[in-house]
Design a protein around this ligand. Structure first.
Ligand SMILES: [Zn+2]
Length: 199
């Protein structure tokens, strides 16, 4: 029986621990409870400092985090495969407050996967999402799936809630096998193209 996202949050809450120095951890990883606006404020600050869109860097950062989280994921059952583990990992991410995440389709034989973020904090910006708003989660989705499947995936956002869509939808496509010792880089479609004139 699938647990609801709120039931998962309750389970996550029970695994939070704080030591005498006020260091909060979740499953051994130092954790902060932050207002979501901190995420986007940091992105804004970096873009202000650099005077340029951070899109490609955000995708790469998300990919690294996705690889890290994906590599730590332990199969729950002997029968687990990436097709079942990937949605399970994303359900855990959703329980941390990133909004409901739906894996619409997984076809690893074809090398394609579609994921929807229904209430992503990256897209949920009062002033409207920028062109690169969802490149961090795009990188995360690709990195986590790539690690679980030992393949390289590129993620492209095909619809964004921050730009008026009902949700953020990402299409993940296997690019190539990971060569020994080699790492993939985001392929061209994931990089922000030239932005339309800012309004
Ligand atoms: Zn989006």
């Amino acid at each position: 029986m699938a647990r609801t996202v709120k039931e998962r949050l309750d389970a996550v809450s029970k695994r939070l621990t704080m030591d005498d120095h006020g260091v909060l951890t979740l499953d051994g990883i130092r954790t902060l409870i932050l207002p979501a606006v901190v995420l986007t404020a940091l992105e804004d600050a970096a873009e202000w400092l650099l005077g340029q869109d951070l899109g490609v860097a955000l995708y790469a950062a998300g990919q690294e985090v996705g690889k890290e989280i994906g590599s730590q994921w332990k199969p729950r059952n002997a029968s687990d495969t990436p097709t079942t583990m990937y949605p399970a990992l994303l359900a855990e991410v959703a329980a941390r407050g990133f909004g409901q995440i739906e894996v619409v389709a997984v076809d690893l034989a074809a090398g394609t996967t579609t994921v929807r973020l229904r209430a992503s904090p990256y897209a949920d910006r009062a002033e409207g999402a920028r062109e690169s708003a969802c490149l961090f989660p795009a990188g995360f989705l690709a990195g986590a799936l790539g690690t679980m499947t030992k393949r390289n995936f590129a993620a492209k956002e095909v619809q964004c809630k921050g730009k008026g869509g009902d949700f953020c939808e990402f299409e993940l496509t296997a690019t190539r096998e990971i060569a020994a010792g080699g790492e993939g880089t985001p392929t061209e479609p994931t990089a922000p193209s030239e932005s339309p004139a800012a309004s």
